[in-house]
Design a protein around this ligand. Structure first.
Ligand code: FAD
Length: 373
């Protein structure tokens, strides 16, 4: 018995698309199965679009390595494919003297991650670059940028289809089972109908759906996939013109980067995301009593005292696919292959939260390397 298809990628977010791109470059015939009616309509279109430099992640972790590699690949890919991006830079600022030690620690982590262009600034150095920014010290990261995530996904889709890949929309994968010949059978639900298809290689790049799907992946009895702990992030947009030309981040608070200001490719500013652990996947913007807006004004004014009253407007919500519970240490990207579950031709990705957009092309190459033809 032979498999119907060579390689199936479950999930058409930026990571699934980048994996499919890398696999088609390596010669695979790839089918992307996406449960929504459009590619990239979940986390990949509900994020900050920042091209991260790789400042914070533990040295040697997948997040650190794939972020730094992915950043270089992404700048090259955008330039070669006409995808809008800007290397606008970022200022990470300490607003109190007792935050300076943490700032130095982050500078040291960045250096260990191979980010060798960061510059420590004093208050005057910050004011010279961003006159409205109030801080006692800061770290300038010139290689941080911003990308048009939709343009990126459209370009990846074009590469995949022009190399003979296929993208099937409205196709939700409900289970994956192993056949005796080693290939895998997928059940898919589309327009109320269930069908089965077999594939030689399967990649679970289902983002927020990856852990739930893994419960229906029958490959090895002893394999326990991670648990999803979703964490919601709300954004407010700035209704007036931004006085800043770079992204501005306060000091991180544990796993949360704080209420930061990011610019899109057109220079429009937004603030967020905040961090709210939840057990529901809902994109509703919760702020009936205005407490969330009040918190945003308060946090932003710590570094931008000139934020005018009434300048914030409710924006959108994204949900981080975290695989660690509140209060636990941040988990690395989990990319499971043979080492974790014993099967050569099945790769599953969990916990691909930030910097997954930045790292997407590097993740693609990494996964392609796990599935030789
Ligand atoms: C609030 C927020 C801000 C962020 N900011 C940044 C940032 O500034 N920079 C950065 O680098 N990263 C950022 N990230 C991270 C980045 O957005 C993600 O890492 C990236 O988008 C993940 O892409 P993905 O393809 O894995 O997931 P997704 O975009 O969620 O794609 C998964 C796809 O799988 C589909 N799917 C799910 N289940 C099934 C199924 N059973 N069958 C078929 N299809 C299925 C879904 O419909 C979806 O389209 C941010 C994330 C969040 C939440």
């Amino acid at each position: 018995m032979t498999a119907d298809l060579e390689t199936v990628v479950i999930g058409g977010g930026v990571v699934g698309l980048a994996i499919a791109h890398a696999l088609t470059v390596a010669g695979h015939e790839v089918w992307i199965l996406e449960r929504r009616g459009r590619i990239g309509s979940e986390t990949s279109s509900r994020n900050s679009e920042v091209i991260h430099a790789g400042l914070y992640y533990p040295p040697g972790s997948l997040r650190a390595r794939l972020c730094v590699q992915g950043k270089a690949l992404l700048y090259g890919f955008c330039a070669d494919n006409g995808v809008a991006f800007r290397r606008c830079g970022k200022l990470l600022v300490a607003t109190r003297d007792d935050e300076i030690a943490k700032l130095r620690e982050i500078a040291a982590t960045a250096a260990r991650n191979g980010v060798d262009d960061v510059i420590m600034l004093d208050a005057a150095g910050i004011r010279a670059r961003e006159p409205e920014l109030e801080a006692v010290s800061g770290l300038l990261s010139p290689s941080t940028g911003v990308v048009d995530s939709h343009g990126l996904m459209a370009a990846l889709e074009g590469h995949v289809t022009s190399r003979g890949g296929h993208i099937v929309l409205d196709a939700a994968v409900s289970s994956v089972r192993r056949r005796t010949d080693g290939s895998l059978t997928l059940s898919t639900e589309s327009a109320g109908e269930t069908s089965t298809i077999s594939a030689r290689n399967v990649v679970n790049a289902a983002g927020l759906g990856a852990c739930a799907l893994a419960e229906h992946v029958d490959i090895v009895e002893s394999y326990r996939p991670p648990t999803l702990y979703p964490a919601k992030g709300h954004y407010f947009s700035l209704t007036c013109r931004s006085p800043f030309t770079r992204h501005v981040y306060p000091m991180p608070q544990g796993a949360w980067l704080g209420v930061h200001l990011t610019l899109d490719v057109a220079g429009q500013a937004k603030f967020g995301p905040d961090l709210e652990w939840t057990d529901q996947i809902s994109y509703d913007f919760d702020d009936a009593d205005g407490a969330r807006a009040a918190m945003f004004y308060r946090e932003i004014r710590r570094y931008w005292p000139g934020l005018p009253d009434g300048a914030l407007q409710q924006g959108y919500v994204g949900i981080r696919p975290k695989i660690y519970a509140e209060g636990k240490p941040a988990a690395d990207f989990a990319i499971h292959g043979r080492t974790e579950h014993g099967i050569d031709r099945y790769v599953a990705l969990y916990g691909i939260e930030s910097p997954g957009l930045t790292a997407s092309l590097a993740i693609g190459e990494y996964v392609a390397g796990m599935l030789p033809r």
